[in-house]
Structures are given as C-alpha cells and as structure tokens.
Design a protein around this ligand. Structure first.
Ligand SMILES: NC(=O)C1=CN([C@@H]2O[C@H](COP(=O)(O)OP(=O)(O)OC[C@H]3O[C@@H](n4cnc5c(N)ncnc54)[C@H](OP(=O)(O)O)[C@@H]3O)[C@@H](O)[C@H]2O)C=CC1
Ligand SMILES: CC(=O)N[C@@H](CCC(=O)OP(=O)(O)O)C(=O)O
Length: 343
C-alpha cells in the first residue's frame, strides 16, 4: 500500500517541489496540503505547474490537519516546525525542511537563530559518513540548508582525507528561489536580472555554523569556515566554490581526484565529472544530482573543488525524499530524477 503524505507549506517553493517529486514517486500518494495565509485557496493558484493537483484545497496548518498521514513534510519558515512537530505522533515520519532541528550545538542555535532549542534530528545528507546509517528507521529527519548541502558535498573528500588544512573558504552562488517565494524587495526582477550580489559577507550568514558542523564531523578535527553567499540571476541552482590550503606541498591533482573518486564511487546522486569539465547549474535543474569537480592550484598551494545542485531538488525536496526512502527501507533512489533539463 502506498504511503500517504501531507505537506505543510504547500503553497511555497519547497512545497511545490515536494509535490512535484511526490507525483513521480511510486510509493507515495498526496494527502493533506496546508499553508498560512493561503489556506482556503486551491493549490492551482500557487503551483500552476502541478496540473493534476490544481483543484486540491489548502487547509490551515495544524497538527489535526496533518494527522492520519504516514509522512509529514514541514516546508515552513524557521521556527514554525518545532512546536508543530512536537504535536505529531512519534510513529509518523516527520521531515523538517527548515532549520529547527539541524544544529547540534545549543550555543550555535542561540547565536544564529534564537528561540527555543530543540533536539537535533538525524541529518538528511546521506553522503556524510555515518548519516545514512542514522537515517535508517528514523521517524524524524532534518533536511539540510541548500548552501550547506552544496558546500559539504564539495568539501567532504578533501577534508575527510586530510588533503587540506582545516581552513575552508566557501563562495556559493544561489538562484533566487533559495530565498522562498514571499515578496522581498531585493528579489524583484529589476534588482536581480543581469546582476550578482554577495550578501551575509564576513561570516554573517546563518548557514556558516551548519557547514562548520558538517565539516567538523568528518574525523579531521574542527574546521574553520569562511562562507560568502552570492545571489545570482537564475531561478534555481547553487554553485559552490570551495578551497583550502593543501596539507602538504606535494599533494597533486591526481591524489585529489583519487580521493573524490573513491568517496563518491558508490553514491547514486553525486558525480565526479571527467577531468577538466566544470559543473554547471543548468545540468542539474530538476534533478537530485550533484556534480562535483576538483583541481589543485599548485602555485597558490590550494585545493579547489566545485559542486552544483538544484537548491529545490537535491538542496531540499529531493534530498528529503532520498532520506525518506532510506528511513522507510525503500531503494534510496526510488522516484528521484537523475537527469536535468536541457537546453
Ligand atoms: N527555497 C529553498 O531553496 C530552500 C528552503 N528551505 C527551507 O524550507 C522552508 C520553506 O522554504 P520555501 O518554500 O522556500 O519558502 P516559501 O516562502 O516559498 O514558502 C513558505 C511556506 O510556508 C507557509 N507559511 C508561512 N508562514 C506560515 C505560518 N505562520 N503558518 C503556516 N504556514 C506558513 C507559506 O504559506 P502562505 O502561502 O500561506 O504564506 C508557504 O506555503 C524554509 O524553512 C526554508 O528555509 C531549505 C532549503 C532550501
Ligand atoms: C538565495 C537565498 O536567499 N537563500 C537563502 C537560503 C535558503 C536555504 O537553504 O534555506 P534554509 O533557510 O532552510 O536554511 C538565504 O540565504 O537565506
């Protein structure tokens, strides 16, 4: 029998991507849809690309509306998930796409988010060593932030293998859907089109502690991270450029490549591109794949890795379904697209 899913935040960008993927998942069927102010309207008013769900009503978000489902996805603003999740039964698989259950350090939570600290849930980035095992059988999943997913996938092999010093620089370019669909002046077409802008510069972005948490858990000790996000004029996609000083002067491109090939050889969604081919965000639009590349800048003594994902697919909804598949004992790749859209 198929699993019935509920989506809280169904009118948003992540909600829309969760539903798009649910329609292609052979074990899932769509149940309740909820939101905030959009409650009382039909889904088609918010997600016109989901033609077959257009006449589904959106209800107000409450534990009662989400009851009676096998899997509940929370695609709500930060701070809205924790209380709601605490009212949902323990045997229901609850997947939080927001940040409420990602950070393990209460002090980091307090500094970057604030408010009531809730216990962290198994982290939905199976490619981190040990994370896949923690997801098996879990009934709670914390979906990573989209920048942390991209940066972490670019950096894992370099950091875990000790090829680099634990001082990582991340510069990542995100499409505008990363900011959600609520109207914000800096997201107006006239502001975004034909321009790219850094923001959260100087270690001020809230994804910094999440990237640090991920990279510091790889067995190579604490990792310092300098993270700079850049808003790029595209609807979807993230490109992360990660670099770090080589741990020893002799580390060469072949060694770096070997570490990346070995780390990702069995991963269904992470692809090391052939030598010299650089990842491009357009290659992964709508796909749950990450493309990665690694080079060594001998003159600067740095390893440079790049990765791309679709922020809404591998970066949120696709990663969420990948983790749900693992938690439920299904094939990890079930229902997840691996091909992007071209041209
Ligand atoms: N966009 C991305 O690439 C990523 C997003 N995330 C996270 O996923 C979550 C959803 O993001 P996204 O879809 O982009 O955001 P959107 O702004 O596009 O959507 C937010 C959704 O939450 C609903 N909502 C807002 N306030 C409330 C409330 N008080 N009670 C109930 N529902 C409410 C909105 O409904 P209404 O229409 O009624 O306002 C809407 O359905 C966020 O936590 C975000 O940080 C994580 C990774 C990547
Ligand atoms: C382009 C853009 O604005 N991106 C968002 C990150 C979105 C994301 O990953 O989400 P979480 O909020 O769930 O952590 C930002 O910088 O705030």
């Amino acid at each position: 029998m198929r699993m019935r899913i509920a989506v809280a935040g169904a009118s948003g960008y992540v909600g829309g991507e969760l539903l798009r993927l649910a329609l292609g998942h052979p074990e899932m069927e769509v149940g309740a849809l909820t939101a905030g102010d959009s409650a009382g309207s039909l889904l088609g008013a918010h997600q016109p690309h989901l033609t077959t769900l257009a006449d589904r009503p959106i209800e107000a978000t409450s534990a009662a509306a989400l009851a009676g489902h096998d899997v509940v996805f929370l695609a709500l603003p930060h701070g809205r998930s924790a209380e709601l999740a605490s009212e949902l039964p323990e045997d229901v698989l609850v997947v939080d796409c927001g940040a409420d259950h990602r950070l393990r350090d209460p002090a980091a939570w307090d500094r970057w988010y604030g408010g009531f600290f809730t216990a962290p849930w198994p982290y939905g980035l199976p490619e981190i060593p040990g994370a896949r095992e923690a997801l098996v059988g879990s009934r709670r999943i914390a979906v990573p932030g989209c920048y942390p997913t991209t940066a972490t996938l670019a950096a894992i092999p370099a950091v875990a293998s000790g090829l680099v010093e634990p001082e990582v620089s991340v510069v990542a370019f995100s499409g505008t859907s990363g900011a959600g669909r609520a109207a914000k002046p800096h997201l107006l077409g006239s502001e975004v089109m034909g321009s790219a802008t850094a923001y959260g510069v100087g270690g001020a972005h809230r994804h910094t502690p999440e990237i640090i948490q991920n990279l510091s858990g790889l067995g190579a000790g604490p990792v310092k991270v300098s993270f700079t996000p850049v808003l790029a004029p595209m609807p979807r996609g993230i490109l992360a450029v990660v670099s770090a000083p080589l741990a020893a002067p002799g580390v060469d491109a072949a060694q770096a490549r070997e570490a990346y090939a070995k780390t990702y050889s069995e991963e269904p969604f992470v692809h090391l591109l052939p030598e010299g081919v650089q990842p491009a965000t357009k290659n992964v639009v709508g796909a749950n794949t990450a493309q990665v590349q690694v080079e060594v800048d001998v003159d600067a003594g740095r390893l440079v890795a790049t990765a791309v994902i679709d922020n809404l697919t591998k970066g949120t909804a696709g990663g969420a379904f990948q983790s749900v598949n693992i938690a439920l004992g299904l094939d990890e790749s079930l229902g997840l697209p691996t091909a992007g859209l071209a041209p």
